[in-house]
Design a protein around this ligand. Structure first.
Ligand SMILES: Cc1ncc(COP(=O)(O)O)c(C=O)c1O
Length: 374
């Protein structure tokens, strides 16, 4: 056997995940101290995790000579308690893993085989297509439509007919992201129900990605109630965004018990570290901190959106902690970088995406753009 045919053939063309230059690389390349750099590229919170979560994690380090719980049982229980505060979870259950990325990965393992297809409604979170490619799957891209408003405001939306008519015999999963990364548009529940119904009829999994749901009117958009009637649905969540805990790598998903039992068999034992389990539990209980992060975001997002429009940029309506925009200034990304501000270049869209920061951080961004434009 030669070295090359040891590898799965469909992996030959794959490229590594492009997360952008690291914070450390930028500090080195531009000669900045790390505290000069403003990180607004990854839709992370700049406010920081709940102090109670940090304290719990620090204390847990003292027992880090021991393995964590095999399936993060205590975190699953805390999630159930937290969620059942406003909806009954009868017949449903959680699984958790290293970020929602790992939930997506496990769905692909559970439900697909090489040669199957998944539906990717683009532009959307790039990890769906990235992971599907690594599983040898065909990726059916359905483009989102764009609505224009009177000024420079735009909004992406989904044409459900196009999504449904793109389903093939070999389609196994549809990914619906709401709010969607990279633009922040949302999908109303009646639309999700429609797709769920079709998925149920055609025996397809509907994965609804709610990474940013905490920033929205949850009652209006969260699928927890409708998932009960559609056993093929899975809803993914994460501690990386509104809980400000991206570095802890904890994601979770809600699904019917029958799927969850199979899901748990896939997880490597002791998957989530002790520190991450206790930090996530403490964060779930610290509602005041979550409220602070969300309130900061929702007020600052509005201000930032107005400021970006005032520069004449084309701005996409967002319900999340980031804003997608287009500018004719082709150098804006680089020029902001020279000032220590990292945002995200969305190459395929010819657009930029910026995470919403605190009032001071947003002022720094606006001032920097004014200087660049002058
Ligand atoms: C829409 C969406 N889903 C999932 C993720 C991954 O989240 P996690 O950090 O939990 O892996 C991200 C990360 O940016 C995202 O934007």
């Amino acid at each position: 056997m030669t070295e090359s045919n040891l590898f799965n053939s469909w992996l030959n063309e794959t490229k590594p995940y492009q997360a952008g230059k690291t914070f450390e690389e930028i500090a080195r390349d531009y000669g900045f101290t790390k505290d000069h750099i403003l990180r607004l590229a990854g839709n992370e919170s700049t406010i920081g995790a709940s102090p109670k979560a940090i304290k719990a994690a620090q204390e847990s380090c003292l027992s880090s000579n021991f393995y964590a719980e095999p399936k993060s049982e205590s975190l699953l229980k805390t999630l159930e308690e937290d969620f059942s505060g406003d909806v009954s979870l009868d017949g449903l259950a959680f699984a958790c893993g290293n970020g929602m990325d790992s939930m997506i990965e496990h769905c692909l393992t559970l439900f697909t085989k090489k040669g199957d297809s998944v539906i990717n409604i683009s532009p959307t979170f790039i990890y769906y297509a990235f992971a599907a490619e690594r599983h040898g799957l065909e990726i059916i891209n359905v483009d989102r439509e764009i609505k224009s408003f009177g000024d420079t405001t735009k909004e992406y939306f989904i044409d459900l007919k196009k999504v449904i008519s793109s389903i093939q015999e070999n389609t196994k999963i549809i990914f619906l992201c709401s709010p969607n990364n990279p633009d922040g548009s949302v999908i109303e529940l009646d639309q999700i129900k429609l797709v769920a119904q079709v998925c149920q009829e055609k025996n397809i999994i509907l994965f609804v990605d709610h990474a940013y749901i905490e920033f929205t009117d949850r009652k209006r958009l969260d699928v927890r109630e409708i998932i009960k009637n559609y056993p093929n649905m899975i809803a993914g969540y994460t501690f990386s965004k509104a809980y400000a805990m991206a570095g802890f790598r904890v994601g979770y998903a809600l699904m019917h018990k029958a799927i969850q039992e199979r899901f748990l068999t896939l997880l490597t034992p002791f998957l989530i570290s002790n520190s991450s389990i206790v930090a996530a539990q403490a964060a779930l209980k610290d509602k005041e901190h979550l409220k602070r992060v969300v309130a900061n975001n929702n007020s600052q997002a509005l201000l930032l959106e107005q400021e970006l429009k005032a520069f004449g940029f084309e701005v996409y309506r967002s319900h999340a902690n980031f804003i997608l925009f287009k500018t004719s200034n082709k150098d804006l990304f680089e020029r902001l970088l020279e000032k220590g501000i990292i945002i995200r270049k969305m190459l395929s869209l010819g657009a930029l995406r910026i995470t919403v920061g605190t009032a001071d951080e947003n002022q720094r961004v606006i001032k920097a753009i004014k200087e660049i434009n002058s």
